[in-house]
Design a protein around this ligand. Structure first.
Ligand SMILES: Cc1cc2nc3c(=O)[nH]c(=O)nc-3n(C[C@H](O)[C@H](O)[C@H](O)COP(=O)(O)O)c2cc1C
Length: 366
């Protein structure tokens, strides 16, 4: 019986208990309004995931500072005026057993002036050809502002009723840019050695603890590789994972990739069971290095593959994004034994600036 599976056993993330091992990985749903305010469509989408028994839901990346907007119709969290809208999310999700975390992010150099309102900010002025001109190297003042904006955004998440936050340290965005030796060429306290490249993150975590208390769970999505020459590699991530645990992080979701590498985190055409869990090799290594829960990720679709990953101790939770776009009640369907594998074919037709939707399903139905 699927219900007897370890996938349906609860797991502790810091102070909170997640009712099962399934995580909706952060997914930018393109469902905020043009100014970053929460819409009823977004609340319904997240509520539907909760009704479908998703253990932990992580929102799409919410931008913590106006200079950190990466995408249109992204959730904004940089000001108290967004609080009233944000509150509607936990209110709706908590009608069910699911937990909900807000993902906090700053785009860094992976954005354009028309979105972020200025020359994009980055640890160093290293250009990414996908985004045109080199970004502006952050001043000490910029770093201080961004640190404060992460902390204040975590405070808003807590006030809004979220169960925790996830710091986005992956995919080439700002915090991922700081830990990467490719994009961080600074020679001050925030660059050079691995400790210095990690410093901003350590400061953010500590200040969030000071403001939100040690019981408010902070987890991270961490790049385990940038897939780029001179970039971050698994050996760096292992060290960072240990520091994250020491500094109070309650869980690590293991991802990889950055835009400049031409290889990101959302791989197309995952077909066979062997291709599922494409960041698992790195997740296993991180799991061996830390004692906190590790989230496996990347192309998971088949119940038995995910069950094996948890059973073998390769990860503690399994995260998915695209399968939930097609089947928001995926977890319930697994539990009821209706399906053994998600219908998602990893075609990436779900990216839709008018609101995520399964493009493959639409094709079938037209
Ligand atoms: C439409 C879409 C939006 C995404 N938005 C985010 C995001 O906001 N933050 C993030 O960390 N990852 C984001 N991702 C990446 C996913 O969380 C996940 O890491 C990746 O898709 C691999 O999982 P999957 O194979 O189950 O889709 C997004 C992916 C998709 C398809």
């Amino acid at each position: 019986m699927p219900t007897e599976s370890i996938l349906f056993s609860p797991v502790r993330i810091g102070r909170i208990i997640v009712p099962n091992r399934f995580v909706r990985s952060a997914t930018h749903d393109f469902l905020s309004d043009g100014d970053g305010f929460i819409t009823d469509r977004l609340v319904s989408l997240l509520e539907n995931l909760a009704e479908g028994e998703t253990g932990l839901i992580i929102t799409g990346h919410a931008f913590v500072h106006p200079t950190g907007q990466a995408s249109p119709r992204q959730i904004a969290v940089f000001d108290d005026r967004f609080l009233a809208g944000l509150k509607k999310i936990p209110e709706a999700v908590h009608r069910f057993d699911s937990k909900i975390f807000l993902q906090l992010s700053h785009a860094g150099r992976q954005t354009k002036k028309k979105l972020c309102g200025c020359e994009p900010l980055a640890p160093s002025s290293v250009a990414d050809p996908n985004f045109g001109k080199p970004p502006k190297k952050m001043t000490a003042r910029n770093i201080q502002d961004v640190r404060t904006s992460f902390v204040q955004s975590a405070r808003r998440a807590q006030e809004a009723g979220f169960d925790g936050i996830q710091l986005h340290i992956a995919h080439g965005y700002l915090l991922s840019g700081f830990i990467s030796p490719h994009t961080n060429r600074r020679t001050d306290d925030y660059g050079g050695s691995p400790e210095n490249r990690y410093r901003l993150i350590a400061e953010i975590i500590q200040e969030i603890i000071d403001v939100c208390g040690p019981d408010f769970p902070q987890i991270v999505k961490l790049n385990s590789t940038d897939f780029i020459k001179d970039g971050l590699e698994i050996a760096d991530s292992l060290q960072i994972a240990r520091w994250l645990e020491k500094d109070g992080i309650a869980g690590i979701e293991v991802s990889g990739g950055m835009a400049e590498a031409g290889k990101g985190s959302v791989w197309k055409g995952v077909r066979s069971e062997e291709e599922e869990g494409y960041f698992m090799d790195n997740a296993v290594r991180i799991k061996q290095a830390v004692g906190i829960p590790v989230f496996g990720l990347g192309g998971f679709r088949t119940f038995s593959v995910m069950e094996d990953a948890i059973q073998e101790g390769s990860a503690d939770l399994v995260s998915m994004s695209r399968p939930f776009i097609r089947e928001p009640h995926l977890v319930k369907k697994y539990r009821e034994g209706i399906i053994k594998k998600a219908a998602c074919i990893s075609c990436n037709l779900c990216f839709n600036p008018r609101g995520i939707s399964c493009g493959a399903l639409k094709k079938v139905n037209t």
